[in-house]
Design a protein around this ligand. Structure first.
Ligand SMILES: Nc1nc2c(ncn2[C@@H]2O[C@H](COP(=O)(O)OP(=O)(O)OP(=O)(O)O)[C@@H](O)[C@H]2O)c(=O)[nH]1
Ligand SMILES: [Mg+2]
Length: 448
């Protein structure tokens, strides 16, 4: 089928809602619109970027399906780069079905997953990184992820890649010139200069790859473990952070056995929070099992909230726990500050945060500290990568540039640089491989 055939899909979720939006894009949009849309009197022709009120009409059954708003976009100034209209109809699945049925009977076909965005890519409206960012914008699980997705959609990461690309091209140009006219002095490239440029490129790649871990975590979620001996108030804090009575809280020690987890967003970060069984070294039977379960989570946690009971003196169990988690990123949290303060002063509590999980006192402070520990300081200014596909490509580009650094001849340097450029092209979509495109657009929903 021609790439310019006309595609239709509902862009809003299936179900009852105040409105639903059906999109139509392609070469035959306005021919179809003329047959199925009856604007209110006075409208003679359609202009770009306007909204028209009128009837959606079924020309075969000769009846009105719904009163709608029609929004117009003319090629190339639309999302897909083609003529596009959006029908805002009442949000009833029956109406949407009828509208799509009429559009198909008038020559459109139902769009495949992500096909609108794919057309935007093929028509040069956006590059592949931006297409992926569209998806990330729709599915961002937290404020930070939304911010990064938007930055990528606006082209921040692409810009970074194009800049790297331009620097490689410049270097190649110098090398080629030097190879072609090696006798002429002013074009000859000295080895030190090549090495210096290559090293700068490698350094920049190292830096962006270093930030990738943060990017992936922001998108996929940080794991935070609440730990402490029995009864210090772990489940009380857990419930407070998740915002409802998820875990049982009880004055008796040993209440929580299996760990409990909830996905939440706080301070703009997406987090999987775990409440665990109270830890004690001489646990037996089912308590021992519970402690083992907690143990299994320590390694994978991005942050441990190690809790202490401020109303009791620090004891051996507390110290054991502190030592057990010594090499992990953690925050000491002294709980129950609404009671008499008996825990005393101890070096290991010197930078602890004092809270009352029960009353909520200082929870804001705790959250601010969690954010400070998880997110790098300048995260808002950083260009972050958030996809394995990007990481893999940039790692391989770094590999080619390192090969170039170690190459013996300028010809080999040039060869490695060409290979690096090719890989970078895959990142932005200048080099397109069908299976990669298919995999990316499979993740989209229909209508996007
Ligand atoms: N006064 C006061 N009591 C608290 C506070 N946090 C928890 N508690 C009480 O301490 C007792 C134990 O709380 P939990 O949240 O069940 O403690 P836990 O650490 O989950 O206990 P286990 O699951 O048994 O290890 C309950 O009676 C809570 O109401 C607090 O900040 N102040
Ligand atoms: Mg508990």
């Amino acid at each position: 089928m021609s790439p310019n055939d006309t595609i239709a899909a509902c862009a809003t979720p299936v179900g009852y809602s105040s409105i639903a939006v059906v999109r139509l894009s392609g070469g035959g949009v306005f021919e179809i619109v003329k047959k199925i849309f009856r604007p209110q009197p006075g409208v003679v022709d359609f202009k770009a970027n306007r909204v028209y009120f009128g009837d959606f009409y079924d020309p075969e059954k000769k009846c009105i399906i719904d009163k709608i708003l029609l929004t117009t976009f003319f090629a190339p100034h639309s999302y897909t780069g083609e003529d596009v209209v959006e029908f805002s109809c009442h949000g009833n699945p029956l109406i949407v079905e009828r509208i799509l049925g009429v559009l198909v009977s008038q020559g459109a076909r139902i769009a495949r997953r992500g096909e609108f965005t794919k057309r935007a890519l093929l028509n040069g409206k956006i590059d592949l990184i931006q297409a992926e960012a569209v998806l990330d914008t729709v599915y961002a699980p937290c404020e930070q992820a939304r911010r990064i997705a938007l930055a990528q959609y606006e082209g921040k990461l692409s810009e970074w890649v194009y800049n790297l690309r331009a620097r490689i091209v410049d270097l190649l140009f110098l090398i080629e010139a030097s190879l072609d006219f090696s006798e002429e002095e002013d074009t000859s490239l000295d080895e030190l200069k090549t090495q210096k440029i290559l090293q700068e490129l490698v350094d920049d790649l190292e830096e962006i790859l270093k930030g990738a871990e943060t990017g992936i975590k922001i998108k996929e979620g940080y794991q935070i473990l609440i730990m402490g001996r029995t009864n210090v108030g772990k489940s009380t804090l857990f419930n407070r952070l998740v915002g409802f009575e998820r875990a049982i809280v009880h004055p008796e020690p040993g209440t929580t056995r299996d760990y409990i987890e909830e996905d939440i967003e706080f301070a703009g970060i997406f987090v999987r929070l775990y409440d665990t069984a109270g830890f004690f070294s001489k646990a037996k039977g089912v308590d021992f099992k519970a402690v083992q379960k907690t143990h299994s989570l320590i390694e994978q946690a991005d942050l441990i909230l190690l809790m202490f009971d401020g109303s009791e003196p620090l004891n051996e169990e507390d110290i054991n726990l502190y030592n057990l988690t010594k090499n992990r990123r953690k925050l000491q949290v002294v709980n129950k500050i609404d009671l008499n303060f008996r825990i005393g002063q101890n070096g290991l509590l010197s930078d602890s945060i004092k809270i009352s999980a029960k009353s909520g006192e200082n929870i804001d402070l705790l959250i601010a500290n969690i954010k400070r520990m998880l997110l790098p300081k300048n995260v808002e200014q950083q260009v972050l990568i958030t996809r394995m596909r990007h990481i893999e490509i940039l790692k391989s580009v770094r590999g080619f540039l390192k090969n170039a650094l170690n190459a013996q001849t300028l010809e080999t340097v040039a060869f490695e640089l060409y290979t690096a450029l090719n890989r970078l092209g895959e990142l932005t979509g200048q080099v397109m491989r069908k299976e990669i495109l298919d995999r990316i657009f499979e993740e989209f929903c229909i209508g996007k």
